[in-house]
Design a protein around this ligand. Structure first.
Ligand SMILES: NC(=O)c1ccc[n+]([C@@H]2O[C@H](COP(=O)([O-])OP(=O)(O)OC[C@H]3O[C@@H](n4cnc5c(N)ncnc54)[C@H](O)[C@@H]3O)[C@@H](O)[C@H]2O)c1
Ligand SMILES: [Zn+2]
Length: 367
């Protein structure tokens, strides 16, 4: 095996709740051993959406059994349909029926939605049982599975009921991405670009070199890129678990992304696509506000476009965007901590009103 493909491990440092993120290519069958070692559990409950369970569930369950654990498999609905109190409640009932107790571990196998639901159930069932993430989307690998935020949605909005519940282990096998549609790959890569844009210019250059290879899931390009993106999220989470200063930078592109998602009713636009639009917008605003040197936005949007990501906000009246920004839950008083770039690789939060974020100039938030 070449060095580029060797499995690697990062650590999220959170005192006694520290945990490793393991990345590899073709390592799913080795997950059971690691899960047994890191949780000391005797019973594993693998939670997944049916299509993912069919593809990868058997390999994971077999490795858990070989590691000596009793196993239970639970199917939940696909995507955000999983993230409801009703589904959480059904999950509790099935956990009870499987006699899950404090010696059980809940293993989320799937995208961020399944991870959020399974993690929420793990955080609350019996006041908390151990939890492991086996993410199978790019977005879940570099973002949702790291940091311990777990939640379900309410009809009124996303992630309104949740908890902080850190996993004991994050097990990433990039071979599981082979079945992920191109559009979802690109959307996840938007968060990888975000990590580079706010924190690491050298990494950004690496993404510029490798964009097409990343989309094609070439392990020699993808593994180091996901590792660096995970490391950035892990570093931010380690230094700032509960979202005060530093963690705010991860919101780069997200203020407008949340507005786009609200305005489009969370349909048609994937989260990563909304983030791409929000980042392109924020980079242009960063230049207009005199925060970033000219050319910053052009470099960012060029990379996003090579990844097949959208860089223009949906055409809606400015008033619609202003209204959507006013319900952004990151709002503090009348100002929002808006994340601007200082240049490629450096970001900061600037308190701005919605009207300053989306200026009247064009009548629409397009620049
Ligand atoms: N907890 C956090 O910190 C955090 C951070 C970001 C996002 N999230 C949440 O994550 C969710 C989005 O995550 P996502 O983008 O992974 O979406 P997702 O979980 O909805 O998955 C997207 C689609 O891909 C499918 N899929 C997953 N893995 C696959 C594979 N290997 N092959 C083929 N298909 C596969 C899923 O079944 C689903 O249909 C949202 O609910 C969001 O709120 C949470
Ligand atoms: Zn995001």
């Amino acid at each position: 095996m070449t060095t580029a493909l060797r499995p690697r491990t990062l650590e999220v440092f959170l005192g006694e709740r520290s945990y490793p993120i393991h990345l590899g290519a073709g390592t799913l069958a080795a997950a059971g051993d690691a899960i047994a070692r890191h949780t000391k559990a005797t019973h594993a409950v693998v939670v997944s959406a049916p299509a993912i369970g069919r593809r990868y569930g058997a390999t994971l369950v077999r490795s858990l059994r070989q590691a000596g654990l009793r196993t239970t498999r639970i199917d939940v609905p696909d995507g955000d349909a999983a993230k409801s109190l009703r589904q959480a409640s059904r999950l509790y009932e099935r956990l009870l029926a499987s006699q899950a107790d404090r010696s059980s571990v809940v293993v989320a196998l799937g995208g961020g939605a399944v991870g959020d639901l399974a993690g929420f159930a793990a955080a609350t069932y019996l006041r908390g049982v151990s939890f492991v993430q086996v993410p199978t989307t790019v977005l879940a690998m570099v973002d949702a599975s790291i940091g311990g935020k777990v939640a379900v949605n309410l009809p009124q909005g996303k992630n309104l009921v949740g908890a902080f519940h850190q996993p004991r282990l994050v097990w990433i096998d990039i071979a599981t991405l082979r079945s992920l549609p191109l559009r979802d790959r690109a959307a996840g890569l938007a968060e990888v670009v975000k990590a580079a844009a706010i924190r690491d210019a050298g990494f950004f250059g690496q993404l510029e070199r490798d964009a097409e290879r990343l989309l094609a899931l070439e392990p020699a390009a993808l593994l180091p890129a996901l590792e660096r993106a995970c490391a950035i999220k892990a570093e931010v989470v380690s230094r700032d678990e509960r979202e005060e200063g530093l963690r705010m930078l991860l919101n780069f592109g997200h203020t407008l992304a949340h507005a786009v998602e609200a305005l489009t009713g969370y349909r048609r636009v994937l989260h990563g696509e909304a983030v791409s639009m929000g980042m392109a917008f924020a980079a242009r605003r960063s230049e207009q506000l005199g925060c970033a040197p000219a050319g910053t936005a052009a470099r960012l949007t060029a990379l996003l476009e090579r990844l097949g990501l959208p860089i223009e906000l949906p055409r809606r009246p400015r008033s619609a965007y202003l209204a959507a920004l006013k319900v952004d839950k990151k709002r503090r008083d009348a100002r929002i901590h808006y994340i601007v770039l200082r240049g490629i690789g450096r970001a900061e939060a600037v308190p701005l009103t919605p009207a300053e974020i989306v200026p009247a100039a064009s009548g629409r938030p397009r620049s």
